[in-house]
Unconditional design. Structure first.
Length: 237
């Protein structure tokens, strides 16, 4: 299905639950479901240092948090031929850092477990091996009908492509999707895709997320249905 076309309203059973196919929720992973951004930051800093590039924690969280490894290396490593190896090295280092376990965000996982009646996708800037490792370790892989990773897209966030691909994979039009994000770039991507967006302050200050339809400090009590266009309200949390 092309992004932007209307999905047929049907129902199907997924893991024993009835799922209405005319609405969807698309989760980011890092910073929403798992507390992995500090580890991504550390791995990125270590690999960039090998190429003589210094990145502060403030730079990572303030400027680069929404970008994939590929985009970061493209932006910061001047020698184009070195960028693929640097991105691969960063991914390997990140996997080493999470080898002892994936730190979850309980409120994000709680919201995921309250998505019965929704089509559910993941749209992440992480590599597929990273996403599969995390979701499997948390025991939630089967909650997702579609997973979009950086390898699946020509353009990563803040471009809307990851979210549009996720909606197309679910067979749901963008205006019937709610995105759950934690970064300004992710919020911009969701809004550019024509989707509603809930932003959580796990990783970034509230005042950087105000383009979202709803900004919260905790996802535990979020009502996803209230964020869809017919019931959108003002920024709150």
């Amino acid at each position: 299905m092309r992004p932007g076309t209307r999905a047929k309203v049907t129902e199907r059973s997924v893991t024993g639950e009835t799922v209405a196919e005319d609405r969807a929720v698309i989760f980011d992973m890092d910073g929403v479901l798992i507390n992995s951004e500090p580890l991504h930051c550390q791995a990125t800093q270590e690999i960039l240092a090998l190429y003589g590039v210094t990145m502060s924690e403030a730079d990572y969280f303030g400027r680069y948090i929404a970008y994939s490894d590929w985009e970061i290396m493209e932006l910061l490593i001047s020698e184009a031929s070195a960028r693929p190896a640097a991105a691969q090295a960063k991914s390997r280092r990140y996997l080493e850092l999470v080898g002892s376990g994936v730190p979850p965000f309980p409120d994000g996982l709680g919201l995921l477990m309250r998505t019965d009646g929704w089509r559910v996708a993941l749209a992440t800037g992480s590599m597929r091996c990273e996403a599969e490792l995390a979701l499997t370790a948390l025991g939630v892989r089967d909650r997702f009908q579609t997973i979009v990773t950086r390898e699946d897209c020509v353009n990563g966030k803040p471009d809307p492509e990851p979210f549009l691909r996720a909606a197309a994979g679910l067979g749901v039009q963008p205006t019937r999707c709610v995105v759950v994000e934690d970064s300004p770039g992710g919020v911009r991507a969701a809004k550019a895709a024509g989707m509603a967006c809930v932003a959580v302050t796990h990783s970034c200050p509230r005042d950087t997320l105000l383009e979202a339809d709803l900004v919260v400090d905790d996802l535990a009590d979020v009502d996803l249905g209230a964020v869809l266009p017919a019931a959108r309200g003002s920024h709150a949390g």
